[in-house]
Every structure is written in C-alpha cells, then in structure tokens.
Design a binder for this molecule. Structure first.
Ligand code: SIN
Ligand code: CO
Length: 381
C-alpha cells in the first residue's frame, strides 16, 4: 500500500463521511456498521470488468468463482481461462479476485488510505464482479471489512442476528437463515463498513464491481501454534536425559517417576519473554501469504547506479512488501533485523509511508536498501 500522508487522527476525513479516524475507531470499528455515501470518488473507472477477468486468468493471482447451479452453491478456484469467463450465464455468479493491491497501483493507494488502522492489521483489497442478481449469498466474515461500490449498483442487506448457522454442504459459508433488518442500495463510490460477524448479503442490481478492503485478525489458536513453531526453531537446550541413580523398577512398563520429574523440569525451563513475542509477531505478521512471490530485477543495476537513482527519485516499497517495526527491530517479509539509532528514523518513515523521498536517504542506509532492491522488495522512484 502507498501511504503518502501521515493520517491525522483528529481531522475529518471524506473517506469516513466527515468523521475523523479517531472518532470512527471509537464509535464504529469492531462495533457497528456505517454507510458512507460518496466515500471514494472516481473509483468506478479504476478497474473495468475485462481487466478483472484478465487478472483472474493469471497463475499468480488468487481468484474464485462462486456460482449457484440448480439451487446448489459451487466454488471454483482460478486461474480461469478467458473462454470460461466469457461463457458464464447472464446471472447467478460472482468472480472474486484477491490481492488486487499487488497488481493495480490504484488499489495499493486505496489500501494506503486505510492506514489509520495499523499495517499489521491490514490484509488486502479484493474486487468482485457480478452480473445482475449475482452475489456470494448471505454470510458473515470473521474480519472487519469496508465494502466499496466500484461499478454498477448493489443492494446490501445486513442483520445483527445471533443465529450464524451455515448450510452444512455448501463449499463456502452460507447462512442457513438470514433475516435482514436494514438494507441500502450502494452507488459507485459509496462505502459500507461492517464489523466482524455481522451477517450480510450483497446482491448486484446491475453489472457490479465491489472492492473489499479486508483486515487480518488471527485466531488465538493460529497465533499460539505459530509461536510454538517459531520458538521450536530457536530452542537450544543443553544436556540429555541421564539416570545414574536408577533402581530396578517394580513395573518395567511404567514411566519412571524420576523421569517425569526430571524431564518435567526441563520443559518447565523453556522460557520466553516479550522480546521473543515481539520478534515472533513481527516475523509472522510480515510474512507474505503463500501465494505471494516477489519479482527481483532480472538484471539489477549496480549498487552505485541504485544509490544515484534512489538519491534522485527516492525509493518505494513493492506493493507486496510488508515492513513492520517495533522497538528498533524491523521485520520485512518474514525476516528481521536490528537497526542502529541513526538509521532507525529513516526506516521507520519508510515503513510508515512506504516510500522515502529523494534527499531523505542516509548514505549508510544504501547497502540495506540495495539488498532489498535486489530481492525485489523495494524499487527506486
Ligand atoms: C462480494 O464482493 O461480493 C463479497 C464481499 C463480502 O461480502 O464480503
Ligand atoms: Co462478506
């Protein structure tokens, strides 16, 4: 994502219908839905249906096709041949393309407009295309989402129902019962914010494109599992089991009590602290998704040429790069590094704004930036 300006917490934002980011977070975020008319001007012409179909044909792009065939929901994963998409019926389907921000600079900029939420919480921009009547059915998401109407119109219905039982045999989560309590017709540029687990259903009224700005909220189980794996890779325990005081057991098959005690205290001795948690979280949350690959430059320029170019035109992070920091430690695409005080400030700016202006790059930072350029994580300009 491209964040050019530091989001100012208390300034009314047109994106949020005149609310300040601070007020939005306090009143709506994770609490209640909000409809904002005319939130994103000019979005309708930023991506045409044909361009989305082309994206859905690419191997490296994650896409799905949701259809209702003879009353049953069906889900297919891309890439899709142009012919397969051209011959879809006039109704009853929805094409969903994830990570559009990796391929379309405008979507990357759009994601940057949501940087009033920490980068560690931002996920991606998904764009859907549906003919009149199309949609993915009534469902709930586990994450917050901003639904922005791109082209055409769509009716969104929502329900604060507690009954979230889903159809047992459907390939995607569809609510068994849906009792809408509110509905709106969204026009291009309108935006609907929905907190997690709020039931909703979007039905296209005309050929329709919807942009979803999505967030990440890992489950506790996922985080704990990933932390234990991280810890395992870093464990370096000394010693090996020994029992010089062994006596003849009454039951040879019984686990010796002394073994339980000794190994119990070895396991009790495994320790971690907040710094380990920080390093794990930075690594984990900056790790690109499995579907993401970088495109390093085929014939990289020399370090000198890069320094000159970066000095003249600045640098920007690749749209796929995730750069986070905490306490002088930086995490880029799943790797971590410690940076000394002098350079720290510049890297923090690069992480926050996702670019550094010309003239703001200390010479001592050039080797690090050059390495990232060679890896395809960052580009001059
Ligand atoms: C869509 O764009 O059709 C689906 C978005 C959603 O309901 O989360
Ligand atoms: Co949804």
């Amino acid at each position: 994502m491209k964040t050019q300006h530091k989001p100012s917490a208390n300034t009314p934002s047109p994106l949020l219908g005149g609310l300040s980011p601070q007020a939005f977070l306090r009143e709506y975020w994770q609490k209640q839905p909000l409809l904002i008319r005319g939130a994103v001007a000019g979005i309708a012409d930023r991506l045409k249906p044909a361009a989305l179909r082309r994206l859905a044909g690419r191997e490296e792009v994650e896409s799905r096709l949701v259809r209702k065939v003879r009353g049953r929901w069906r889900l297919d994963h891309g890439p899709f041949q142009p012919e397969a998409l051209r011959t879809l019926p006039a109704h009853g389907w929805s094409l969903l393309v994830s990570g559009v921000n990796h391929w379309l600079p405008y979507a990357d900029e759009l994601l940057g407009d949501f940087a009033f939420v920490p980068h560690a919480r931002l996920d991606d921009v998904m764009v859907s295309l549906a003919p009149p009547g199309g949609g993915v059915g009534p469902h709930f998401d586990s994450y917050d989402v901003f639904l922005i109407q791109g082209r055409g119109t769509r009716r969104w219905e929502i329900s604060a129902q507690e009954d979230l039982e889903v159809l047992p045999d459907a390939p995607l989560r569809i609510l068994k019962r849906f009792r809408p309590s509110q509905s709106w017709v969204l026009e291009p540029g309108d935006m609907l914010y929905l907190p997690p687990r709020l039931a909703h259903n979007g039905v296209a009224l005309s050929e329709c494109m919807t942009w979803s700005v999505g967030f990440r909220a890992p489950t506790h189980q996922e985080i704990a599992g990933a932390f234990l794996t991280y810890l395992q890779d870093r464990l370096a325990l000394e010693g090996r089991y020994a029992d010089p005081d062994l006596t003849v057991p009454v039951h040879p098959a019984e686990l010796p009590q002394a073994m339980l005690e000794r190994l119990g205290s070895v396991i009790d001795g495994i320790r971690w602290d907040r710094a380990d948690v920080r390093d794990f979280l930075g690594t984990y949350l900056s790790e690109p998704k499995a579907s993401v690959f970088f495109d390093p430059p085929r014939r990289p320029m020399s370090a000198e040429a890069f320094a000159k170019s970066a000095g003249q035109s600045g640098v920007r992070l690749d749209a796929r790069t995730r750069l986070l920091f905490s306490d002088g430690r930086f995490f880029i695409n799943g790797e971590q590094l410690q940076v000394s005080g002098r350079l720290r400030h510049s890297l923090m700016t690069l992480a926050d704004r996702r670019s550094l202006l010309p003239g703001r790059i200390p010479a001592a930072l050039q080797p690090l930036l050059y390495g990232w350029y060679v890896a395809g994580y960052l580009w001059p300009g």
